[in-house]
Design a binder for this molecule. Structure first.
Ligand code: PMP
Length: 749
């Protein structure tokens, strides 16, 4: 592998090269040695033009020289704006390869090639942030231009290729200072542990292999104007190639500025090639390995070519400085700083920091033993210790945690454009059309406004309803929850503190129908409040899950209209297929609302919500066309919303919910027969309430299930109802685990 490193470079003089350039390429001029490591590079300049002559040791494999040349030609075809120096075709030597020939020098025959001369100036630690970012972006473009390139010579082994960093170990003997030798060894140890096992999974293709600051020139704007020296082209991990550029960009910088500069370069790179998680995990170690390679190979080569020591050692001091920095902060922390990632904090410490930082503002953590989660897929969450938790509680990730269709839609749109709804763009319009088309025709809903949360959707519905009716009375169920804004908190008795009462809000009991609404409207009227709207979550989720029947909901709507109010179907909980019957529960129950509010599952976790109504209602509202929400329906939110609808369609989620819901109900009904503590099992598709005989038992069961790895919650005015409300991709097998775990938890309490 090291034959070329070990062989001596050619020894042509300026005069030799001027003669060769004239004879072989017809380029008359004077030659000046540009300095190089294992070959010789000269600038030849004359009245008719200039070029760069490269003389390579005859020990080089000719296929390697062709590899370089063909890589350059490939780049110029794929991304013609990348400033690579094109090779000149050799006019002589019939039958020889088109872009190389040989020439006689003082120590024998060597390969010779002529390249275009590119202009620019050197760049170093003085490069501006913009130039650093641009460098990263250009590096990524170069990677992209080469990823479709194949050459049979590209599998060659180069010691500089970070794939082979472990092979540096024997060479560390050439480092005289024992402290420094240990430093390099610790970098190689870390490489063995952290990089080697990941290497086979890293994206790999043919790369430049040495895009460091000595191999690029810059124009006056700080943009790369020349990319030279393709002598290290080879097939290796793409992130290894980027690490080489990065190690060079941080050179000469004040140490406390190194991570920042690296992050800016990485931003540039990621503007073209987003790094994969595993690439980020190795990036810091690869930068360290590159620095180690520089000092190790240098020490080893100086011992052999003392006359080249100046050139060979040019980067050493700074590389040592950076290696010492990495040694001081620790490779792991250095990697985290490059990736701008945060270290995982032990759960106890995190609980304390959370409580200190959020004070009394934020709600308590769920479970006596709070869950500290790091990732989620489908119906599974994973905690910080790598333990899987079956999620039977979260209705937001309706198509499953981390669904690739949704995450990719969000990421793709985020990369291309995110702005607000006063500008014109497609996704918002398409989502509005899709939502309207999903609604039953009888409802005649024809207007959509996008907001960011269920609360806002309800708030807007409330504002319009009170505006157009001229009234300020509301009817809700006894323990309803509709949101967090000042107006909607009044309509959310679930959150009312003890003794709190709102004169303009009247409540109906969970088993109340039309007569309850009429009575509530009467009480409001007696207190001087006309009815503006009735808000109903048809699952009565926060009331303890008491799903409404068609008859009762129809009666509620009718009585609301008779009292002069408008009807708001709050589909934040029960929408998006949870019933297993229809995308919208109000539609399944056959009523015609005046407003439909959507939230939670709408973006599978990306904040997006909506209020749908009819034009004739909005047009009676004084603020029509003046309501605006900065983030509402932004392109990213809208893409999330579209992806969720697509997945629900493609994965046939609604019939799936019906099927799994029925399996789950059957198992729970069986369980109820075995446990006296279970008083009732109430259900609407994958919204299930299991009422227990005692709130204390419900709390103990929820905590016991959490310990057994299954997440559910509690609801109802007495908190005695187990709330089972999983992502809709919940399957039969999950239902089985859930119910058997519930049995164990009941046994234990
Ligand atoms: N309506 C209902 C029925 C809800 O359950 C909730 C939230 N739990 C909301 C509205 C409010 O939604 P958000 O928290 O997104 O504001």
């Amino acid at each position: 592998m090291s034959s070329v490193l070990e062989s001596r470079p050619p020894r042509f003089s300026d005069g030799d090269v001027a003669r060769i350039a004239a004879e072989l390429f017809g380029l008359e001029g004077t030659a000046a040695n540009l300095g190089s490591e294992r070959d010789q590079t000269f600038l030849v300049e004359g009245p008719a033009g200039a070029g760069v002559v490269k003389l390579s040791n005859l020990g080089e494999d000719p296929a390697t020289l062709d590899l370089e040349t063909e890589a350059i030609l490939h780049i110029s075809r794929v991304d013609p704006d990348l400033p690579v120096a094109l090779p000149r075709v050799v006019s002589s030597a019939a039958g020889a390869a088109a872009y190389r020939t040989t020439a006689q020098g003082p120590d024998g025959r060597h390969f010779v090639r002529l390249f275009e001369r590119l202009h620019g100036r050197d760049g170093g630690p003085d490069l501006s942030d913009a130039a650093v970012r641009d460098y990263g972006a250009t590096h990524a473009r170069l990677n992209l231009a080469l990823r479709s390139f194949f050459h049979r010579g590209s599998g060659r082994e180069l010691l500089w290729d970070l794939a082979h960093a472990a092979k540096l170990r024997p060479l560390t003997q050439s480092i005289e200072d024992p402290g420094r030798r240990r430093l390099v060894e610790s970098v190689l140890d870390r490489y063995d542990g952290n990089v080697t096992p990941r290497w086979p999974r890293l994206r790999a293709h043919v790369v430049h292999g040495d895009l460091n600051l000595d191999n690029v020139l810059f124009d006056d704007n700080g943009q790369i104007s020349a990319i030279v020296d393709f002598g290290d082209v080879g097939h290796t991990a793409q992130v290894g190639d980027f690490a080489i550029g990065l190690a060079s960009l941080i050179r000469g910088r004040p140490l406390d500025d190194v991570p920042r500069v690296a992050r800016i370069a990485t931003d540039g790179y990621q503007s073209r090639i987003p790094l994969e998680a595993e690439e980020f995990e190795v990036l810091g170690d690869l930068v360290a390995a590159r620095l180690a390679a520089i000092v190790v190979i240098s020490a080893w080569r100086v011992a052999r070519y003392p006359e080249n020591a100046g050139y060979i050692q040019a980067w050493d001091e700074d590389s040592w400085r950076l290696l010492e920095l990495i040694g001081d902060v620790g490779s792991e922390r250095f990697s985290e700083e490059l990736g701008a990632t945060r270290p995982t904090v032990p759960t106890d410490a995190l609980i304390k920091r959370r409580s200190d930082a959020v004070g009394a503002m934020l709600t308590r953590l769920t479970y006596s033993d709070p869950i500290h989660v790091v990732c989620g897929t489908g119906v599974w969450l994973t905690d910080v210790d790598g333990r899987p938790l079956l999620d039977a509680y979260n209705n937001v990730p309706v198509v499953g945690h981390g669904h690739p269709r949704v995450t990719e839609a969000v990421v793709r749109q985020t990369r291309s454009l995110n702005t607000h709804a006063r500008y014109l763009y497609e996704p918002l319009v398409e989502l509005a059309e899709r939502l309207l088309a999903s609604m039953p025709a009888e409802a005649a809903l024809d207007s959509v406004m996008f907001v960011n949360s269920g609360s806002e959707a309800n708030d807007i519905a409330w504002r319009i309803a009170s505006g157009v009716t001229g009234c300020d009375g509301a009817i809700v169920t006894h323990h309803a929850y509709h949101g967090v804004t000042a107006a909607i908190a009044d309509l959310s008795p679930e959150e009312w503190p003890e003794g709190f009462d709102v004169p303009h809000v009247a409540r109906i009991p969970v088993d109340g129908g039309g007569e309850a609404v009429a009575a509530a409207a009467g009480r409001l009227s007696d207190a001087g409040h006309g009815l503006a709207a009735t808000f109903i979550d048809a699952g009565l989720t926060s009331d303890g899950i008491h799903p409404l029947t068609r008859e009762r909901l129809a009666a509620i709507v009718r009585a609301t209209h008779e009292a002069g109010g408008l009807f708001v179907a709050d589909e934040v909980q029960v929408g998006y297929g949870r019933s297993g019957e229809h995308l919208w529960t109000f539609a399944h129950l056959g009523v015609t609302p005046d407003f439909v509010t959507l939230g939670k599952p709408m973006g599978n976790g990306y904040p997006v919500a909506a209020v749908l109504t009819r034009r004739e209602i909005v047009e009676g509202f004084a603020f029509a066309r003046r309501v605006f929400s900065t983030f509402g329906g932004n392109p990213v939110a809208a893409q999330a919303g579209l992806a969720v609808l697509d997945v629900i369609r493609d994965e046939r989620i609604i019939p799936h919910v019906k099927h799994v819901g029925e399996q789950l109900h059957r198992r729970l009904d069986e369980l109820q027969m075995r446990y006296d503590e279970v008083i009732a099992v109430r259900r609407l598709g994958l919204l299930v309430g299991v009422q227990l005989d005692d709130p204390g038992r419900a709390k103990a069961v929820v905590d016991a299930m959490r310990r057994l790895g299954v997440l559910i919650g509690r609801t109802g005015p007495n908190d005695d109802v187990l709330k089972i409300r999983p992502p809709l991709v919940f399957d039969d097998e999950h239902a089985t685990v859930l119910v058997s775990t519930l049995g164990k938890a009941l046994d234990a309490t």
